[in-house]
Ligand binder design. Structure first.
Ligand SMILES: Cc1cc2nc3c(=O)[nH]c(=O)nc-3n(C[C@H](O)[C@H](O)[C@H](O)COP(=O)(O)OP(=O)(O)OC[C@H]3O[C@@H](n4cnc5c(N)ncnc54)[C@H](O)[C@@H]3O)c2cc1C
Ligand SMILES: *[C@@H]1O[C@H](CO)[C@@H](O)[C@H](O)[C@H]1NC(C)=O
Ligand SMILES: *[C@@H]1O[C@H](CO)[C@@H](O)[C@H](O)[C@H]1NC(C)=O
Ligand SMILES: *[C@@H]1O[C@H](CO)[C@@H](O)[C@H](O)[C@H]1NC(C)=O
Ligand SMILES: *[C@@H]1O[C@H](CO)[C@@H](O)[C@H](O)[C@H]1NC(C)=O
Length: 465
């Protein structure tokens, strides 16, 4: 039986379940019974949710595992775990600049100052997030050092159990709505290669990379050429004694120095190096795997009724709403999209909780979801692609606006995203030496900004707490 048929059977069983339990479990959201919403995570997505929930006058708390807001954009010198032993979500490293124009990342109605470069530094984007938090007065609704361990459906509401990590105490709160905004870069994927335990050096993941300093004068093997792999190649190529890069991306490789060697996939590790698929050998001291992440929702109790592993969570309506329990929603369980997508999803969720629009019946949501799954099959995609939006991004934005009346993400942002994705691979070392401006919902302009230190400018206030 194909995995597709298998999933469809699961869904049909779900469908029957829904038919006999057809009362829609949406708590009332009128004045007489104010609802309480629990948001998990205070990164970009959770903060976006907080802003709209606040705007709609809803009662909510954001539970954030780390000691401060910002998620990915908060640099933390710790590796693996923070000072309280909580797993770190951030993979931020020194000298990072965004690899996408800020215009595709900005919160709705809260642009960077006009003179900001289009590819700000990591610390500058973090500053922007702090400025957003301050401007919308979100701090009072955010509880930091609160690591959510369990989210359980108990018949008519959710119970969220979290560890207050600085006090080492567990607490349980009752929530009418749960918004999961815990990000997608916490669980690194490591390649499995024969001989791995024979190799004497460290094999690490880019999640734990904080800067180039420890690799100075070393022989380094980078694995993978996704966003992180390419970025680290440019950061390391001039500081390492030798940089071996194993990947199969087709792109316009810059003129790297002779110490850079491109290699195909790894075949086997030896004590002091690696043999690749072309049967060549390279001696290396350390390996950095830039091999991506899986979704990670260890706190979801089975009563949530979801399947979540690898790169997908299902079944979700609009990649947002848990069809089994529509009072649970997700932000950021969606792939190959611009960061602003998370802002749109956040507005959709707040509008839903505020009762500004109604979802279809559970049965209709499942039917729609099933159609989406069948369409994947028609396009020769796998179930693992169920949360990929990519090329459909603009239609997705249009659908969210049509259904929920939220702000339309302008079509021009997909054009900017597409241009950037292509041009980045054409000119990896210089693509950030251009600035963009959105002229209207359909047009943008782009110009050479002179390069140099332009990218380091950050015209945001320092007073952001
Ligand atoms: C190195 C790197 C560079 C990137 N660069 C770009 C870029 O240039 N452009 C771009 O558009 N996108 C970029 N991204 C994508 C980036 O993740 C998004 O821009 C955005 O930060 C996603 O926000 P988020 O809130 O969904 O997730 P996150 O930023 O990961 O925030 C999730 C938050 O949830 C918290 N959390 C997790 N689990 C729990 C729990 N159980 N209980 C309580 N809290 C929890 C975490 O501590 C974290 O604060 C990059 C990602 C990485 C990893
Ligand atoms: C918000 O919800 C919390 C938790 O249910 C409750 O203790 C508090 O009284 C509520 N506040 C308001 C203003 O309704
Ligand atoms: C809190 O909950 C976690 C996860 O269930 C558990 O491992 C831990 O022992 C609990 N801590 C206390 C103080 O009860
Ligand atoms: C490495 O250094 C050379 C010489 O200074 C410079 O031309 C090149 O741009 C640098 N490469 C990177 C990727 O920074
Ligand atoms: C948008 O909605 C239409 C009509 O419901 C649907 O067929 C289509 O798949 C949706 N597209 C996306 C990307 O959500």
């Amino acid at each position: 039986m194909t995995i597709f048929k298998c999933f469809i059977i699961i869904v049909l069983i779900d469908l029957c379940y829904v038919c006999v339990n057809s009362a829609l479990e949406m708590p009332p959201s009128d004045q007489h019974q104010p609802s309480f919403t629990c948001v998990l995570g205070a990164g970009y997505s959770g903060l976006a949710a907080a802003r709209y929930l606040k705007q709609y006058g809803l009662n909510f708390t954001v539970f954030e595992a780390a000691s401060d807001v910002g998620g990915t954009w908060r640099f933390d010198p710790h590796v693996g775990y923070d000072e309280y032993g909580t797993p770190l979500a951030t993979s931020m490293y020194k000298y990072l600049r965004t690899n996408t124009p800020r215009q595709t990342m900005e919160f709705n109605g809260f642009p960077f100052p006009k003179t900001s470069p289009s590819y700000p530094t990591g610390p500058c984007f973090y500053k922007y997030i702090l400025a957003f938090t301050k401007y919308f007065k979100l701090r009072d609704n955010i509880q930091t050092n609160s690591f959510v361990q369990l989210v359980k459906w108990v018949g008519n509401h959710w119970e969220v159990t979290y560890t207050k990590t600085d006090e080492r105490e567990n607490h349980t709160v009752s929530c009418d709505f749960v918004v999961v905004a815990t990000g997608q870069y916490m669980k690194p994927v490591m390649p499995k290669v024969p001989g791995q335990n024979v190799f004497k050096g460290p094999i690490m993941h880019s999640h734990d990379y904080r800067g180039p300093e420890p690799f100075k004068g070393k022989k380094v093997l980078l694995v993978g050429a996704g966003a992180s792999g390419l970025d680290l190649a440019t950061h390391l190529v001039n500081v390492t004694e030798k940089l071996v890069h194993s990947h199969h991306l087709k792109y316009n490789q810059p003129d790297f120095p002779k110490s850079y060697k491109k290699k195909p996939d790894m075949k086997v590790f030896l004590e002091n190096g690696v043999i690749f698929n072309d049967d060549t050998f390279e001696d290396v001291d350390v390996v950095i795997c830039c091999t991506g992440y899986e979704y990670h929702h260890p706190f979801l109790h089975q009563s949530a009724g979801l399947s979540a592993y690898g790169k997908f969570v299902l079944p979700l309506y609009q990649h947002i709403v848990n069809i089994r329990h529509p009072s649970m929603s997700f932000i950021g369980v969606v792939n190959v999209v611009i960061t602003k997508t998370m802002d749109a999803q956040a507005e959709y969720i707040a509008a839903l909780i505020a009762g500004r629009f109604k979802l279809p019946s559970q049965e209709d949501m499942l039917k729609k979801w099933l159609q989406h799954v069948y369409a994947l099959q028609d396009r020769n995609k796998k179930i693992a692609d169920v949360n990929v939006v990519g090329e459909d991004m603009d239609r997705y934005f249009a659908n969210l606006t049509r259904e929920a009346g939220i702000t339309r993400v302008p079509p021009v942002l997909k054009d900017i995203r597409d241009f950037n994705a292509k041009y980045r691979l054409e000119d990896l070392l210089n693509y950030r030496d251009y600035d963009f401006e959105v002229i209207d919902p359909y047009h943008y302009k782009r110009w050479y900004n002179g390069g140099g230190d332009r990218g380091l400018e950050c015209p945001l206030d320092d007073d952001t707490q």
